[in-house]
Write a protein that binds this ligand. Structure first.
Ligand code: AP5
Length: 214
């Protein structure tokens, strides 16, 4: 099964993707994670991308497409994938279509998590991430047992640079201006599923599964 998971920043894409990869044995491809890995390795590409990310802007398409094509070439996604945070522009969606045709893969679902802007701000201002294993927490909605320590590995929790309110609001503007319309690109395929992204993480996951298992 091949899925695109869409929605505004903080919609819960990463949270839901983690569950889906376990239940359906899929591979997650998060362009945000690929970029953050490149930053932490000090790669030139990552350092350039960081300037865009910290302003809440989209990283140029050619950089993103280079990263995505590399992942497809490696063959990591051939057993089924979840694309998290990609495509984010119409031109990325068109390029993905070409890649899928070249690799003989088919898209099954485009899941769009719908969340209000103010919920996004609340979620992202309170998000904390483990430096070591990447587990995600929220200071109110999903707190770790011990302050600033990961429940899973004991690593230190930190706040992403782009999870400051001003940057979150810029990310939302970019989402509404450039990414929201990508669903229109997929509408004619009949594969788009809109899911209410407000509510408990479990309930939202249940809704997603209902659609996937139809
Ligand atoms: P990226 O890393 O993709 O970030 P994003 O899309 O902004 O999404 P997030 O990771 O912030 O949120 P999420 O939807 O995964 O939510 P999560 O599950 O963590 O991109 C970062 C940047 O990289 C972009 O701004 C851009 O600059 C660049 N970039 C990346 N891809 C690109 C592309 N294709 N093209 C160009 N540039 C690109 O949840 C958030 C919080 O909410 C957590 O604390 C979680 O615990 C909590 N939470 C989750 N679900 C619920 C719930 N139901 N109720 C309450 N709290 C919840």
């Amino acid at each position: 099964m091949n899925i695109i998971l869409m929605g505004p920043p903080g919609a819960g894409k990463g949270t839901q993707a983690k569950r889906l990869i376990e239940d359906y044995n899929l591979t997650q491809l998060s362009t945000g994670d690929l970029l953050r890995n490149a930053i932490s390795r000090g790669e030139e590409l990552g350092l350039k991308a960081r300037e865009y990310m910290n302003k809440g802007r989209l990283v140029p398409d050619e950089v993103i497409l280079g990263l995505v094509k590399e992942e497809f070439k490696r063959g990591n996604l051939s057993n089924g994938f979840i694309l998290d945070g990609f495509p984010r522009t119409r031109s990325q969606a068109e390029s993905l279509d070409k890649v899928l045709t070249e690799t003989g893969m088919v898209l099954n679902f485009v899941i769009v998590l719908e969340v209000k802007d103010e919920s996004v701000v609340e979620r992202l201002c309170g998000r904390r991430i483990c430096k070591d294993c990447g587990a995600s927490y929220h200071i109110c909605f999903h707190p770790s047992r011990e302050n600033d320590k990961c429940d899973i590995c004991g690593g230190v929790l930190f706040q992403r640079d782009d999870d400051k309110e001003h940057t979150i609001r810029n990310r939302l503007i970019v989402y509404h201006q450039q990414t929201e319309e990508v669903t229109e690109f997929y509408n004619p395929t009949g594969k788009v599923v809109f899911i209410e992204g407000e509510g408990s993480i479990d309930d939202i996951y249940h809704q997603i599964k209902l659609h996937l298992n139809k």
